[in-house]
Design a protein around this ligand. Structure first.
Ligand code: UDX
Length: 451
């Protein structure tokens, strides 16, 4: 099939390369010409494991354009909208890019049937909104009814950054939300190799053992939109729940990592997303929980559980700084090393990264901050040049004469550091990741989360 993807962020580009890999012809459209030029040169505009290799492998089945004219909508079967929907200050999502995408489709549409898929996380009701935008724009331009010429489908994305290709090739489920039978059947056909798992896995991305087919849920459009938010909010509150239990554990002398194991072995609860730590960051959990609360408000509903998950999460960042203050007594004039700056390993993404708030709070309290990260420093220098943090390309430079250390991101390299030759100081292990016993034996005062 011929697919057009609007937006070349994590979702759009990963979706595109995976469709090309399983045999479809894919065009990626982004109005950011710089990004397109980079992609045309074979380079992804962000760091994601295996992405550059897969882009090279799919070669001519994928092309990159910066305008709808070049995109050739007349020969397209399915359009995926995968544009950004960043948070507005009130928690609602900014739909400017979604509107632009919808209107540009309506401008270029001819009379062949088009399936239009919302892949971005869009506010509940956006499918209908996109449908209306397209209908109005088409009818105004062509002076005739658009009935029967397109269908809007919601196909939410559940990929994790850092594991984006794995999650797209081997998803836990695929959700297709639409009332239009042709739309649903087209997507079922498009996803067939993924649903049936009958493609040869790419190098470095083996199929999980035992995976024979991927479950498909077909539902109405609105339910699909809510599924995306409800899934992210549930994962977010699982993390906040264990962090809340962690505070109690610390008071009573228990260990939240053991508690997580003990409750996670109950198959009704499950062990994943129960790691106590400095909480979630990234482009989704914060934005989506805020949007859910804001949407509920439009309907005169409160969402106290989701709101509490947010409060607990952002409190973790202050907790780190309080724990350091307890250990050092005075933060003013102290030097703190942050190990890791991205919101999680295997990505250079800094959106809603706990590191940023931790650094800000430390600086406010008079400490100086040095930070290391194996991939995110370029973004940090570009996006936060005035934060007041010294960005260190070498981990030794970040650790030099440090009065305290915070492990912010669990990059494997931090386990392998030459800890014997690092001055033992108070160390907050924000992800309960390091070898606590070994470090304690070396004289570090290790402060874990919830232990
Ligand atoms: C998330 C969802 O997992 C994905 O399904 C959705 O499509 C987008 O949002 P992502 O933000 O890429 O993906 O990363 P994820 O691996 O889910 O981690 C999110 C944050 O939670 C990270 O900051 C991570 O460090 C934190 N986390 C995760 C915890 O603090 N504890 C855990 O147990 C798991």
């Amino acid at each position: 099939m011929h697919i057009l993807i609007i937006g070349t962020g994590y979702v759009g580009l990963t979706t595109g390369v995976v469709f090309a890999y399983i045999g479809h012809e894919v065009t990626c459209l982004d109005t950011n010409r710089e990004k397109i030029a980079q992609l045309q040169a074979g380079k992804a505009p962000f760091y994601e494991p295996h992405l550059d290799e897969l882009l090279a492998q799919v070669g001519g089945r994928m092309r990159f354009v910066s305008s709808m004219e070049e995109a050739d909508l007349a020969h397209t079967d399915v359009v995926f909208i995968a544009v950004g929907t960043p948070s507005l200050p009130d928690g609602n999502a900014d739909l400017t890019y979604l509107r632009q995408a919808a209107e540009s489709i309506a401008e270029a549409m001819d009379d062949h049937f088009l399936v239009i898929v919302n892949k971005s996380t869009v506010p509940i009701g956006s499918g209908n909104w996109v449908g209306t935008l397209i209908k109005d724009a088409y009818e105004k331009r062509n002076g005739k009814k658009v009935e029967g010429k397109f269908a809007v489908v919601s196909n939410p994305e559940f990929l994790r950054q850092g594991a984006a290709l794995h999650d797209s090739l081997y998803p836990d489920r695929i959700v297709i939300g639409s009332e239009n039978t042709h739309g649903v059947e087209t997507l079922r056909e498009l996803f067939k190799p993924i649903l049936q798992q009958n493609f040869t896995p790419p190098a470095g991305l083996p199929r999980p053992e035992g995976l024979q087919e991927v479950p498909l849920l077909v539902c109405d459009l609105t339910s699909a939109e809510v599924i995306k938010y409800a899934a992210n909010a549930f994962l977010a509150l699982k993390i906040s729940y264990i962090n809340e239990i962690g505070h109690l554990a610390q008071k009573v002398g228990a260990d939240a990592t053991l508690i997580a194991k003990g409750i996670g072995l109950d198959s009704r609860i499950g062990e994943r997303f129960l790691n106590p730590g400095i909480g979630w960051g990234g482009s989704c959990f914060g934005k989506d929980t805020a949007a859910l609360v804001a949407t509920a408000k439009d309907y005169n509903l409160a969402m106290p559980i989701v709101q509490a998950a947010r409060d607990v999460n952002y409190h973790q960042r202050t907790w780190v700084v309080d724990a350091l203050q307890d250990a050092l007594k005075i933060l003013k004039g102290k030097r703190v090393a942050l190990l890791g700056f991205s919101f999680k390993p295997d990505t250079d993404d800094l959106r809603d990264a706990p590191s940023l708030d931790i650094a800000r709070l430390l600086l406010q309290r008079g400490a100086s901050v040095r930070a290391h990260d194996p991939v995110a420093l370029e973004n940090a220098r570009r996006l936060y040049p005035d934060l007041g943090v010294r960005y260190c390309a070498q981990v030794d430079e970040a650790l030099e004469d440090a009065d305290a250390i915070v492990l912010v991101t669990e990059w494997p390299m931090y386990r392998e550091l030459d800890w014997e030759h690092i001055k033992p100081v108070p160390l907050v292990d924000g992800r309960n990741f390091l070898d606590r016993e070994r470090l304690s034996a070396l004289g570090f005062r290790v402060i874990g989360v919830g232990r």
